[in-house]
Design a protein around this ligand. Structure first.
Ligand code: ATP
Ligand code: MG
Length: 460
């Protein structure tokens, strides 16, 4: 029965999957999770569903995180009730998704995702009408309801397939996920290559979750990752973008990126990453930027995706900008052309939604203006709605050694000074007089040279 079930989930001609199911019920004495650790909203939903005669559990990332002693980011509920039945039970709810139907149940400001147990797609041996997978093995249909056991088997890693019943305070484990959590191991469910082929995003999830949770990727689970990296090209770009964003906002962006690169998974995401990281300046810039991002996330501060992508792509812009100038283009038109080229290329690979373009472009385009420390220009720059982001970006450039640190220090001081002090700073010879400016520019990187050219054009 189990063999048949697994064969159904993993496709028609599969060899015996490496994981077989074995139901284990783990008591609270062993696992230590109490119902008061569950969000009141998720608790209420599971109670209500169970009261109406359905089975309902907290599932996935929240159970895993609680077992690892972490605070879950959100709580998902899995149930035997269909989306319509869930919707009927909760006044403040709506059914979402077309291919993958879920219910969002709202209580106060919180929204809980409630999904119906899913099973294998209808891969009836005789059915040839709708292909189950594409030519690379990617699952095209996965929206068939099933039993709880089937639901466990179609999840990605054993540690993500644990169900917590907050009423009984028990964990239901079909795939030995509890032991894997204790051993700090990430193990894919089923035959690794096939599971990655079904959904190549699992390659990225393996790396992200291992880095975020401090887990080892089990040997067999890790083995095919590098070879299967090209499958990411076959994933819709918008999904890749979502996953990349999760990775960058995980609080472990730096270690994730290092891992992605080590496993060769970055090619389709940030094609220029190798080139950037091979240059000491580029490597320092990205390292500092991601470290800052990780620190901010861990301190519960907001991080703007636009800012993040502006940093990841900046050295691509720089090299493109420099080549255009070497080919005789004037600095500012060259900068805008470089920005355009880099973003167009990136839209093809990663589908950074166009809503981020404006922020990214503004941050980049404002950089030369930080060096024009004369007249009213710095005052005008201060009032720019995107000033703060562009200023933070400037500081990263200075910190990484791309730009003279003196520029960053000057702005740090200018921002906190009163109006009189600001006027004095602008009339100080180190910034106001052209002669001095030319001398200091000699020490800065080629970008600053371009900026100086721009300033000359503007002032003449
Ligand atoms: P986090 O929310 O911390 O990023 P998570 O594991 O909760 O991690 P979600 O995207 O919220 O990630 O997914 C919830 C659950 O859905 C997972 O724990 C897993 O059981 C299942 N899941 C998510 N993505 C996949 C996938 N690509 N293939 C199979 N199961 C998946
Ligand atoms: Mg989650």
């Amino acid at each position: 029965m189990i063999r048949k079930l697994l064969n159904k989930v993993f496709g028609r001609n599969t060899s015996t999957p490496k994981s077989a199911t074995k139901l284990t019920i783990i008591s609270s004495k062993r696992h230590g999770i109490r119902r008061n650790q569950i969000s009141p909203c998720a608790l209420k939903i599971t109670q209500q569903l169970q009261g109406a005669g359905y089975t309902a559990y907290i599932v996935g990332g929240a159970v895993r995180d609680l077992l690892l002693g972490l605070v879950p980011k959100d709580f998902d509920v899995a149930t035997s009730a269909t989306p319509e039945e869930v919707h009927k039970l909760f006044r403040r709810s709506r059914i979402i998704g077309r291919r993958f139907r879920l219910v969002h149940v709202m209580c106060g400001a919180e929204t809980i995702e409630v999904s119906t147990f899913r099973g294998p797609s209808s891969d009836d041996e005789d059915s040839t009408a709708i292909p189950l997978t594409d030519q690379h093995g990617r699952l095209l249909h996965d929206n068939v309801f099933g039993s709880q056991e089937e639901d466990a088997v179609r999840r990605d890693f054993t540690i993500n397939a644990l169900y917590f019943d907050p009423i009984k305070e028990e964990i239901i484990d079909y795939l030995n996920g509890f032991e894997d959590i204790n051993a700090k191991e990430m193990r894919i469910i089923g035959e690794p290559e096939q599971r990655y082929r079904e959904d190549p995003v699992r390659l990225l999830r393996a790396v992200r979750l291992a880095a975020k949770l401090g887990l080892q990727i089990e040997t067999e689970t890790a083995k095919p990752i590098g070879d299967l990296a090209p499958l990411l090209q076959n994933v819709p770009p918008s999904r890749l973008f979502d996953e990349m964003l999760k990775l960058l906002l995980s609080g472990h962006a730096l270690s994730c990126l290092v891992e992605l690169r080590a496993r060769g998974l970055h090619h389709g995401l940030l094609p220029m990453l190798d080139v950037i990281l091979e240059q000491p300046l580029g490597e320092r810039f990205i390292t500092i930027a991601l470290k800052n991002t990780d620190d901010r996330i861990r301190q519960d501060k907001t991080v703007s995706p636009g800012f993040l992508f502006a940093t990841l792509l900046w050295h691509e812009v720089l090299s493109c900008w420099n080549s255009l100038q070497s080919a005789g283009e004037r600095p500012m038109p060259a900068l805008f052309k470089a920005m355009d080229q880099v973003l167009t290329q990136q839209h093809k690979n990663l589908a950074i939604p166009r809503r981020f373009d404006a922020v990214i472009q503004e941050i980049w385009a404002m950089q030369p203006r930080f060096e024009a420390r004369i007249g009213r220009k710095p005052f005008r720059l201060l009032t720019h709605p995107r000033f703060r982001a562009a200023y933070d970006f400037l500081q990263l450039r200075c910190e990484s050694g791309e730009l003279d640190i003196e520029v960053g220090h000057w702005w740090k001081k200018f921002i906190v000074s009163d109006p009189d002090a600001r006027e004095k700073m602008l009339s100080a010879p180190s910034t106001g007089k052209k002669k001095r400016r030319r001398r200091s520019r000699k020490n800065t990187a080629s970008v600053s040279h371009a900026t100086a050219e721009t300033m000359k054009q503007e002032t003449h």
